[in-house]
Design a binder for this molecule. Structure first.
Ligand code: ATP
Ligand code: HMH
Length: 266
């Protein structure tokens, strides 16, 4: 049986809500064979991250090379990449295997609570990767950092999307999970020609760990399935909304999404 494949280049989340674990689960729910290049191992739960151990950059590059050279990759996403050495190696591999057209960069730099997750050198390195991608998906704070624009309104999100587009990326999705009031959960799409507001219902839940990872993994899976980028984004946004509505009440903090709600409906 033929099966499309997708690759996630990201960190491991021991709590299973974000990172590699969320990505592989999302690939599976799309009936896409998931493969992984692990960049770092986090000791993490619903409350926070207790420890992070990075892999050597060569170990990350070797994982990418192993799967791409043998199995082929139709969709790729990057998530937490931790340091500039790893990001540099990933960029070289993307270029060597010409994966740009199917690459989604989730620029994991600032958490939704506003904490910086990458040092300044790594941020500069990540800025070099963004132009290669077909889509970059910054959250509110990452969009602020990448554009230099303070984001408070939808108009600010649009201006930030326009600025980030000038990096050379094909399309930008500024995510609105960290916006306030009725703007929470409204994402802004810009592809150089058209702005679009992707608006779903704003879900009232504290169990929202892994929304960004799930969104970018779902988009990569749908690219692997041959869908056009905009369709992949719209369907993925709807999937995240439904998964938030079915989120799991686990742990003391922010529980994981209910990724498998479609299976429970059968
Ligand atoms: N409460 C909510 N209701 C509806 N959609 C939401 C809500 N919170 C987040 N989203 C959606 O989830 C997706 C991820 O956006 P978010 O801004 O949370 O990304 P992120 O900060 O990168 O996520 P993470 O917390 O996983 O790092 C977006 O499509 C956003 O609109
Ligand atoms: C491993 C990992 N990647 C990404 C995020 C952002 O949600 C996280 N918390 N953990």
């Amino acid at each position: 049986m033929n099966c499309p494949t997708a690759l996630t280049i990201a960190g491991s989340d021991s709590g299973g809500g974000a990172g590699i674990q969320a990505d592989l689960r999302t690939f599976a729910l799309n009936c896409v064979h998931g493969m992984s290049a692990i960049t770092c191992v986090t000791a993490q739960n619903t409350i926070g991250v207790q420890r992070v151990d990075a892999l050597p950059p060569e170990a990350v590059s070797a994982q990418i090379e192993s799967v791409v050279s043998d199995m082929g990759v139709q969709g790729v996403k990057t998530g937490m990449m931790l340091n500039s050495g790893i990001i540099q190696g990933v960029k070289s591999a993307i270029e060597a295997y010409q994966l740009e057209e199917r690459l989604v960069v989730d620029p994991v730099m600032v958490s939704r609570s506003g904490a910086q997750l990458l040092d300044d050198t790594a941020i500069e390195q990540l800025k070099q990767l963004i132009p290669l991608a077909c889509l970059v998906t910054p959250n509110r704070y990452e969009a602020q950092l990448l554009s230099g624009i303070e984001i408070k309104t939808i108009d600010d999100m649009k201006r930030a999307a326009e600025t980030i587009y000038t990096y050379g990326v094909k399309a930008v999705l500024v995510k609105g999970g960290a916006m306030l009031g009725e703007n929470r959960g409204v994402d802004v799409w810009f592809d150089g020609e058209t702005f679009d507001l992707l608006k779903t219902k704003s879900v009232e839940t504290k169990n929202n760990h892994g929304t960004g990872c799930t969104l970018s993994a779902s988009i990569a899976a749908k690219i692997a399935l041959g869908k056009d980028l905009k369709t992949a984004v719209v369907e993925s946004k709807n999937y995240v909304t439904r998964a938030l509505e079915s989120a799991l009440d686990l742990g003391e903090g922010n529980g994981p999404l209910g990724h498998f709600f479609p299976l429970l409906e059968k």
